[in-house]
Design a protein around this ligand. Sequence first.
Ligand code: 5GP
Ligand code: ZN
Length: 111
Amino acid sequence: MTDCLFCRIVARESPADIEYEDDAVLGFADIYPKAPVHVLIVPKQHVTSIQTMTPADVDAIGRCLLAARTLGERKGFGERGYRVVVNCGPEGGQVVAHVHFHFLAGRRGSG
Ligand code: 5GP
Ligand code: ZN
């Protein structure tokens, strides 16, 4: 079993409320939401952070942004808008070492 929390969620070895899934990406509700809608969008393939990504990870990272777009449309925020945030490294506030996009919506300046 992997010691990466988000890889375990992707593998369904740890529970999460799944909000979005395709072949490359999983989106699930943040356990401590900072906005009315707070979804974490992760590549299924393990990428530690933006700071360690390589050209081989570009597709997986780009697919996360496409997933944010789809999620925004599905949840009715396409026109209203939302924030997509990536924390990177200790001083950037990254706690979980599997790259993730915070999708925040439902309030002006969400999060
Ligand atoms: P970071 O600070 O690394 O950018 O964001 C990590 C996020 O993961 C935080 O917003 C935190 O609330 C969320 N989180 C931490 N542990 C879990 C968990 O076990 N399940 C879920 N769904 N979210 C988690
Ligand atoms: Zn991982």
